[in-house]
Write a protein that binds this ligand. Structure first.
Ligand code: UDP
Ligand code: MG
Length: 368
């Protein structure tokens, strides 16, 4: 992490913090040493509540911060949300832009968005012709923005923009992605429980030790957001996609509020889709270049089990027992056939990978 921090500082020699540091150094020559140290410390204070003194702003190493907000039918929340974002971002020294991605809303969200963008040029929007889903909105948002750090948050006022400085601080500590952790989740009981179970299973399967994979509030370094390919409903697995591409991830506890207007866009089906997506994520990030390891493992296991079953039955047959009344023989045959098929699929996959190998799947950290 130390090396990441260093490289981060080197990468951004002319950033806001760098410039302010130089400015502080200049100012300091005219001030008493004790005062100088005091101001220096205040300027690096990220704080928790956004109540910054009117004179000092929070410095980050990011020249520009982009906020991407996917939204679908959130007309009532948009004005209060953008007011709150402006308030918080005015306490941060970096420039910022907000991209509102309207995911095919059928209410007056688009009208509200246009009003917001008309009065403040830092706010931009994209509107989909139909509802493509949160992942698609995020993917396009990541492509369109050009900040050095990218924040994502939901539009329904459940996420608190006051947490943005804390997330940015984690990136400044050297992490590539910081995921919010809704420790006190303000949702109906059933959703809280299913989410807890979902997070537990994801933790076990992926081995990634964070508590809340699917928090809308997250901060990404530009590189992460630009190299993640999020489609389907994979937005639930952003930390997994990032981690398996070699990025460092962490989490930060964030405040969470009950939904004030409208209703959740993800019903109980989220639960089942979530687990199917986990298989997709596992396969597409871990095994995409070595399918035989995946299919070969299950194929070999099935084949060996079938072999053992038939071997056992053969011994019985040699001892003179008839096999005509042993349904186990079908199990043994089935396991062997399935095993051979799985293995063959793995081999075919392996041949495809070797014939179409493509270097776009490797995420490059640096180049000379
Ligand atoms: N959302 C979206 N497209 C969709 C569904 C949801 O852009 O198809 C947005 C939604 O407007 C909100 C965020 O994704 O800003 C999270 O959705 P929601 O609050 O319904 O999810 P929950 O908090 O219930 O997990
Ligand atoms: Mg919500």
């Amino acid at each position: 992490m130390e090396s990441q921090e260093n490289s981060n500082n080197n990468k951004n020699p002319g950033t806001a913090s760098g410039q302010n540091r130089d400015k502080n150094r200049g100012d300091s020559q005219n001030r008493k040493p004790s005062r100088r140290r005091y101001y220096g410390r205040r300027r690096r204070d990220y704080g928790n509540d956004g109540e910054k003194s009117r004179t000092s702003k929070i410095n980050t190493s990011f020249k520009k911060i982009s906020i991407v907000i996917p939204l679908y039918n959130e007309e009532e929340s948009l004005h209060p949300l953008t007011t709150e974002i402006k308030k918080v971002m005015s306490t941060i020294a970096s420039q910022y832009e907000v991209l509102l991605v309207d995911d095919g809303s059928t209410d007056s969200s688009l009208k509200k968005i246009k009003e917001i963008c008309r009065i403040d040029r830092r706010f931009k929007y994209i509107s989909f012709r139909k509802n493509y889903g949160k992942s698609a909105a995020l993917q396009l948002g990541f492509k369109e923005v050009n900040g050095d750090a990218i924040i994502t948050m939901d539009a329904d006022l459940q996420d608190d923009p006051k947490e943005i400085p804390n997330l940015l601080q984690k990136l400044d500590e050297g992490f590539d992605l910081c995921s919010g952790w809704k420790r006190k989740r303000q949702d109906p009981f059933i959703k809280k429980m299913s989410s807890r179970f979902f997070n537990f299973v994801t933790r076990v399967i992926t081995g990634i030790k964070i508590h809340d994979f699917n928090c809308g509030l997250k901060a990404y370094r530009k590189d992460v957001a630009k190299s993640i390919n999020v489609h389907g409903e994979l937005h639930r697995y952003m930390p997994v996609l990032a981690k398996w591409q070699g990025f460092s991830i962490t989490e930060s506890v964030v405040k969470h509020y009950p939904r004030r207007y409208g209703e959740t866009k993800f019903g109980i089906s989220r639960f089942f889709k979530g687990f199917i997506d986990l298989i997709t994520v596992t396969f597409s990030t871990r095994y995409i270049n070595r399918p035989l390891h995946f299919f070969g493992f299950f194929g070999a296991a099935a084949f060996l089990a079938g072999f053992a079953v038939l071997g056992y039955l053969t011994v019985l047959w040699l001892q003179g027992q008839p096999l005509s009344n042993r349904p186990m023989i079908f199990l043994g045959m089935l396991l062997i056939i399935v095993g051979v098929q799985l293995f063959s699929i793995g081999l075919l996959g392996e041949m495809l990978v070797h014939n179409t190998s493509d270097d776009t799947v490797y995420v490059i950290k640096e180049k000379s």
